[in-house]
Design a protein around this ligand. Sequence first.
Ligand SMILES: NC(=O)c1ccc[n+]([C@@H]2O[C@H](COP(=O)([O-])OP(=O)(O)OC[C@H]3O[C@@H](n4cnc5c(N)ncnc54)[C@H](OP(=O)(O)O)[C@@H]3O)[C@@H](O)[C@H]2O)c1
Length: 248
Amino acid sequence: MSESLKNKNVLVTGASQGLGAVIAKVFATAGCHVYVNCARGVENAQTVVDEIVASGGSAEFFQCDISDEQDISLKFQSLKSIDILVNNARINPYSRPPGSSEAEWFAQVFKVNLTGPHLVTLALIEGMKKRHWGRIINISSIQGHIPVPRHMIPYGVAKAGLNELTRCFALEAAPYNVTVNTVSPGMIVTENISKNLTSDEIEERNQRIPLHRGATPEEIAEAVLFVAECGYMTGEIVNVNGGLWMTP
Ligand SMILES: NC(=O)c1ccc[n+]([C@@H]2O[C@H](COP(=O)([O-])OP(=O)(O)OC[C@H]3O[C@@H](n4cnc5c(N)ncnc54)[C@H](OP(=O)(O)O)[C@@H]3O)[C@@H](O)[C@H]2O)c1
């Protein structure tokens, strides 16, 4: 039987837009109190909070740069005990600053997409272990499992690292009833998809996906909720990619 998540405190990193915003809403609908995090998009994040509260849910804004160790140690003190952590924040792989060197871009992607989840997990996992209940869900990507084009290598390698992070913390935390899993989407049709891909590129991907379409953010968020509700799964990678996983 799935566990009730009512009144659990949830931190969703990178929830000012896209998938994170929808995950925040889905957990609020399940009766959780949700911390809506981002580093920069303050207005967007506040809108997500306002929408949750307007529909009867419980949420608050939590600004913190999850890649900044000092920001974490300063700001995390203000959080109530976090029961569920969703490591969703990412630096957009399509947003490489012009003129950045290979090493600079690689380091930047790793800082947000891999070091960030590691630091946030370290900040919260001991509390979960002490309370003998916790869920950590890392949002990875199919690009962490398959060979990717050269410009996506830092992103893919960081996501592959995130999958390993899941396994390491899953084994450590299992004796304390804390599960750690990955949800790994393929293409998600967020409100920002057209900023990253042309309509031809989207159509080309649709054709390659056996289900012939990208996921809605709600479909991925429901998978994240399922993982949080399931107390007997840990160290897993839940692939939610329309079957793309199976194609050569
Ligand atoms: N979109 C897809 O097709 C797709 C496919 C597979 C996997 N995924 C994964 O799904 C997750 C969400 O993707 P998305 O498309 O919704 O992402 P997105 O639109 O690029 O949003 C990323 C979020 O992360 C936040 N963020 C960035 N840097 C941060 C930092 N240092 N500290 C805190 N928050 C930070 C951003 O807010 P601010 O910039 O305002 O701080 C924003 O809220 C990511 O992990 C991504 O890799 C996405």
